[in-house]
Design a binder for this molecule. Sequence first.
Ligand code: E4P
Length: 218
Amino acid sequence: MKFFIDTANLNDIAEAQALGILDGVTTNPSLMAKEGITGKDNILKHYVAICNIVEGEVSAEVIATDFEGMIKEGEELADLHDQIVVKIPMTKDGIKACKYFSDKGIKTNVTLVFSAGQALLAAKAGATFVSPFVGRLDDVSTDGLNLIQEIREIYDNYGYETQILAASVRHTMHIVNCAKIGADVMTGPLSAILGLVKHPLTDIGLAQFLADYKKGNQ
Ligand code: E4P
């Protein structure tokens, strides 16, 4: 399973990268705004800064909502760095843009996916990644993990190569459950990734080992 970090915060990205387990980064306009990154030039520079920290794929989202605008913006983003994946919203124009980029060999991430039908369309349009939003479905009392399961089944039925990128992952158990179901990738905050490290028995066991070592090595 690939691990992406879902943030535009350079310190968090660097910390996850230093762990040695990071495969990429996803961002979105809200995450960029949260870091105070505004204005086209600054946003483009920030994507390059992210690419210079990580080795893997970096999703950069288009703001345009019409086909021509998405193509123009997406091509500009893709030209920034070879790690850039063009992130496109799940709309009619988004699907057309996804097919366009896929025909040109430019990687895509179809975002804001909330149904199996949307994921099927994204795969047919040749998306590199499809991003079902697990946490936001949970927020409205719908089982987000069930959607991952449905998409897994459909993609396996037909051998679609589009990677299921479980997005809107909020905590550690989301990661574990997505892995059990067979999501290809998960993207979540640093806290969810670091949560995987923790277990109270590990802490207790380590404290005991160190105390016993100290007793015998005064
Ligand atoms: C996906 O790529 C989005 O950036 C993200 O996962 C959304 O997560 P949220 O629902 O926690 O905002």
